[in-house]
Design a protein around this ligand. Structure first.
Ligand SMILES: [Zn+2]
Length: 201
C-alpha cells in the first residue's frame, strides 16, 4: 500500500478534481479529504448525481440551453415572440435575463465568447446554428447580450458583421452592467434597463 498521496486513488481523485473550473490543488485536496471522512453514502450520492445529470441533461437542439426535454421549454413555448432572438454566452446568462420577466423573445446560447488566445474561434461557438436560425426568416431583431468584457465585445462586433447580410436588425444591450462584469450577476433592474436601452450595432 502506498504511504504517500502522490500516487494511487487519492492522488487520482485530487488530480480529477483540479480539472474542474476554479478548483485549485488546495481546494481539490480539501474536497478529497472531506469525501474520505464523510460517510460512504456522501460519495455514492455525489457520483450518482453527476452521472444522472450527464445522462438526462442535454443541450437543446435549437438554442443549446441545457434541458431535460428537446426542444427546451422556452423553445417549445408558443407564447414567446419569434421575431426577437437574444444571443447569450452561456445558459446562466439566459437564466439571469429570464429572472427579469421582461423579455418575451427567444434565445440562442453561443457556448462562450471569442477568445483567440484560448483557441476559441467562431467554429468553437454555435455561430453557424445561429445564422441558420436567423436565415429561417422569422427573426427580425437579434439582441446581442454577450458580457461587457473584451471577449464579449469582440464577439458582439463579430456577430454584427456576420449577421448583417441576413437583413435582421442587430442590437447590443446597453451599458449599465459594469464593464468587465457578468450578465449572470446583474440585478434585475440593471438587466431590464440594459435590455430597454439596447442600440443598433
Ligand atoms: Zn431551446
Amino acid at each position: 500500500m502506498s504511504t504517500t498521496l502522490d500516487t494511487g486513488p487519492v492522488a487520482e481523485l485530487i488530480e480529477r478534481l483540479t480539472r474542474l473550473p476554479t478548483v485549485g490543488r488546495k481546494t481539490a485536496q480539501r474536497l478529497a479529504f472531506y469525501l474520505l471522512k464523510a460517510p460512504a453514502s456522501e460519495s455514492q450520492e455525489l457520483a450518482a448525481a453527476i452521472l444522472e445529470v450527464r445522462e438526462r441533461i442535454k443541450p437543446c437542439s435549437r438554442c443549446n440551453n441545457l434541458t431535460e426535454q428537446d426542444p427546451c421549454a422556452l423553445c417549445a413555448d408558443p407564447e414567446r415572440d419569434d421575431a426577437l432572438l437574444c444571443v447569450v454566452e452561456e445558459g446562466h446568462d439566459m437564466a439571469a435575463i429570464e429572472r427579469t420577466s421582461h423579455y418575451r423573445g427567444r434565445y440562442h446560447v453561443l457556448g462562450g465568447a471569442l477568445s483567440p488566445l484560448d483557441g476559441i474561434g467562431p467554429d468553437e461557438l454555435h455561430v453557424d446554428q445561429l445564422l441558420r436560425r436567423v436565415r429561417e426568416g422569422q427573426v427580425q431583431e437579434v439582441i446581442v447580450a454577450t458580457n461587457p468584457t473584451v471577449e464579449g465585445e469582440a464577439t458582439a462586433a463579430f456577430l454584427a458583421r456576420v449577421l448583417k447580410p441576413t437583413g435582421a436588425r442587430v442590437t447590443r444591450i446597453a451599458a449599465g452592467i459594469p464593464v468587465g462584469g457578468d450578465i449572470e450577476y446583474a440585478d434585475e433592474v440593471t438587466m431590464s434597463r440594459a435590455m430597454d436601452g439596447r442600440r443598433e450595432l
